[in-house]
Design a protein around this ligand. Structure first.
Ligand SMILES: Cc1ncc(COP(=O)(O)O)c(C=O)c1O
Length: 405
């Protein structure tokens, strides 16, 4: 029996189409044809997890006390490692029992927070473009999204003054993320002060995603929302070990901040999962205690790639400002081309995978995101292929949509 009469729940059907799906199909086809793909699509770090973390995981796996269900709320020692790390990094005191919660990656927590706090019809403010979990989570929960359109002329910062008073009054939650995926924009401390004042005025829960806390360059240090006095009253902040420690596959993240909000998320998760394998929590503790030299290695790798690619794309006509953080370049499409057409065209003509900006929301149209997840010799190959295929940022030598099959 096909079961074709059973359709997915409306909350799944209501999700916007997944732009990655068409890209995946074409990637598979290109691989079948033996094309040497260079995949700069996902934000999936290519480096190895630091050796001390791998060794800590192996040792912890040998310990049978780690083999059972872990505590729902995470191990006490990982929670302590989180709050110690947080205190060292941002000079903010947090209670490990109530103000920190380990997550099976931050995407899991960002989405489950929406399910824990958003009722059908609740209004949620979400930047556009944004990391997809920031709007897909609220949509799954039945929330109504009010897009905060980000613009290059405002350095991709949220324009709080442009939010209508009635919208702000009705809003329940505001998701945001600086340093930003996908735009790589950063926000000054004053912006964080303003958004805290805004949220207090309108009684809105702030959900900040500080995924790129440590992928910051040239002396720039991203602000944590909880550094702002009074922020803890109205906010939570999500962190991940995926990017900083090359641990994307391990699925370890955490949320810190307001204890009541964390309690709601914990209650939901108690009904859904058992948390992270205890041996991995033990290894994650080791990661958070690594000396800064490990961070500098990771940062220097991205700095090298960023500089190399910005210089090379510059020679092809793109004028991309130096990014202060993240592992991405946010690149305007060849003139006159939409994001999807441009990304597909680049893939078909060069075998290079980039992510269409509209995967992050309608305001990402006209851009593609390039992840710095290959070494400079591969990036040199990317530039060479672009040159050969005449992919450049100049109105005369553009690809046209008609070239796309
Ligand atoms: C802004 C942002 N938040 C969260 C995540 C997901 O992180 P995790 O691996 O912890 O689920 C990503 C991954 O790309 C991201 O860019």
């Amino acid at each position: 029996m096909s079961l074709s009469w059973i359709s997915p729940a409306e909350r799944i059907q209501a999700l916007p189409p997944y732009v990655f799906a068409r890209l995946d199909e074409l990637k598979a086809k290109a691989r079948e044809q033996g094309l040497d793909l260079i995949d700069l699509g996902m934000g999936n770090p290519d480096g190895a997890t630091p050796q001390p973390v791998v060794e800590a995981a192996v040792a912890a796996m040998q310990n049978s006390s780690n083999h059972g269900y872990p505590p729902f709320e995470g191990t006490a020692s990982f929670r302590r490692a989180i709050t110690n790390w947080y205190n060292r990094r941002y000079d903010v005191e947090l209670d490990p029992d109530s103000e920190a919660l380990p997550l099976i990656g931050s995407k899991e927590g960002l989405t489950h927070l929406a399910i824990a706090y958003i009722n059908p019809g609740d209004l949620v403010l979400v930047p556009n473009p944004a990391y997809p979990a920031h709007f897909r989570g609220p949509l799954i929960a039945g929330g109504k999204i009010h897009s905060l359109i980000l613009k290059p002329e405002n350095d991709w910062l949220i324009d709080l003054a442009a939010i209508p008073d009635d919208v702000a009054k009705a809003a329940k939650i505001l998701y945001f993320n600086y340093p930003s995926n996908p735009t790589a924009a950063t926000a000054p401390r004053e912006f964080f002060e303003e958004i805290v004042a805004f949220a207090k005025k309108y009684e809105i829960l702030l959900v900040h995603d500080l995924c790129y806390a440590e992928l910051a360059f040239d002396g720039y240090q991203p602000t944590s929302l909880l550094e702002i006095p009074g922020a803890k009253d109205i906010s939570v902040e999500f962190h991940t070990l995926s990017k900083t420690y090359n641990m994307a596959g391990w699925r370890v993240g955490f949320v810190v901040g307001n204890r009541h909000i964390i309690q709601g998320l914990r209650t939901l998760k108690t009904n859904l999962d058992y948390g992270i394998f205890a041996a991995l929590q033990s290894a994650a503790e080791t990661a958070l205690q690594l000396p800064d030299i490990y961070l500098h290695e990771v940062q220097n790798r991205y700095i090298r790639r960023r500089d190399f690619l910005i210089q090379g794309l510059g020679e092809l006509g793109w004028n991309i400002p130096k990014t202060k953080a993240t592992m991405y370049l946010w690149v305007p499409c060849a003139e006159g081309m939409g994001s999807t057409d441009f990304a597909l065209s680049v893939l078909q003509q060069t075998g290079v995978v980039v992510t269409p900006g509209n995967a992050f929301g309608s305001a990402g149209e006209g851009y593609v995101r390039i992840s710095l997840i290959a070494e400079c010799d591969r990036l040199a190959e990317v530039l060479q292929r672009f040159k050969q295929a005449n992919i450049c940022y100049s109105p005369d030598a553009m690809l046209s949509s008609a070239d796309i099959t």
